[in-house]
Design a binder for this molecule. Structure first.
Ligand SMILES: Nc1nc2c(ncn2[C@@H]2O[C@H](COP(=O)(O)OP(=O)(O)OP(=O)(O)O)[C@@H](O)[C@H]2O)c(=O)[nH]1
Ligand SMILES: [Mg+2]
Length: 292
């Protein structure tokens, strides 16, 4: 393959004023709002959100981070692989978001990593099928072929609760500029198919701590980092998602205690995901797009 294009990103410049307004003191307000969230549709008990992204991008860590915030402690339900390489999460696995006292009405579904090679990792078709609710939980994806509608694992008549109403695409901030054309093409296929059904898409840009030393030292500088801003612009251009649907986060990965700043960034991103998903679910429910 041709060598990656030279990096034209600026080196760790700190902007005097943050380019996105962000309130670092809103943790409790955000948390409470989400804990009390009721799904717009009376029959739709839960909102399902599909979490996809490249291998090792931090999908499982993001799911755990969301759970950590609500549980008020470090959790590890979605298994995180430390070895890097081939996708560790090989099957579709749903994780209910749990609060300290009760379950929240959100399910995050972890899907195996997308790989640039045509026949490796999850195929766009599998991700699209998972969003539309055709894939049974715990289904083990096959590298050679996407799930066929003839398979017994294929749900041909999905319930409203089987469907995902937002695609969360996890991007590793360290490597976004090296994404291959093949990968971008795969993403574009997914994007076209889900936009036809007006399924919203949010991008979570992880590992901002590893990407910029200013941010590593102080997460509150995430919107003062020129490098992070440039990386987000790159994401926006490559994947075709507007900036206001892109959220930089640091996942919990090696810490043993929670941190306010990590929590607020995660919560703000999660709130947006939930709102978009709920808006879409309401439309689906009123149109009776599928069995309920
Ligand atoms: N520093 C840092 N490390 C992270 C962050 N998010 C994830 N990691 C690390 O990145 C590695 C991969 O994370 P996972 O959550 O397993 O990634 P994944 O997307 O689920 O990977 P697959 O299931 O294999 O496709 C792990 O070693 C994590 O600890 C982050 O925000 N910052
Ligand atoms: Mg994983």
């Amino acid at each position: 393959p041709p060598p990656p294009p030279p990096l034209s990103l600026s080196i760790y410049i700190e902007l005097k004023t943050p380019w996105r307004k962000f309130d670092w003191g809103q943790k409790e307000v955000l948390k409470k709002r989400l804990e009390e969230f009721s799904v717009s549709h009376p029959d739709g008990q839960i909102i399902k959100i599909l979490v996809a992204g490249q291998i090792g991008a931090g999908k499982s860590s993001f799911i755990n981070s969301v759970n950590n915030v609500f549980r008020g402690r470090i959790t590890s339900e979605a298994i995180v692989d430390q070895s890097r390489g081939k996708s560790f999460t090989k099957s579709l696995k749903s994780h209910r978001v749990r609060g300290a006292d009760c379950d929240l009405p959100f399910v995050l579904t972890d899907i195996m990593g997308l790989e640039p090679k045509v026949l490796e990792g999850s195929q766009p078709e599998d991700i699209i099928s998972a969003i539309f609710g055709h894939v049974k939980d715990e289904y083990k994806f096959k590298e050679e072929e996407p799930l066929s509608h003839k398979s017994e694992d294929y749900i041909s008549d999905p319930l409203l609760s089987d469907q995902a109403f937002c695609l969360v695409y996890i991007v590793d901030a360290n490597t976004i500029q090296f994404a291959s054309d093949r990968l971008v093409d795969k993403l574009r296929i997914i994007r076209i198919r889900i936009s036809d059904k007006r399924i919203p898409q949010v991008i979570i840009m992880t590992k901002v701590d590893e990407t910029c030393p200013l941010v590593k030292d102080d997460l509150k500088k995430v919107y003062n980092s020129k490098r992070i801003k440039e990386k987000m612009h790159l994401c926006s251009e490559m994947i075709g998602v507007p900036m206001n649907c892109i959220f930089p986060v640091k996942n919990y990965h090696d810490e043993i205690e929670l941190d306010n700043d990590v929590d607020v960034l995660i919560l703000k991103a999660f709130e947006q995901i939930v709102n978009f998903a709920d808006d879409r679910l309401r439309v689906a429910a009123s149109n009776s797009e599928c069995r309920q």
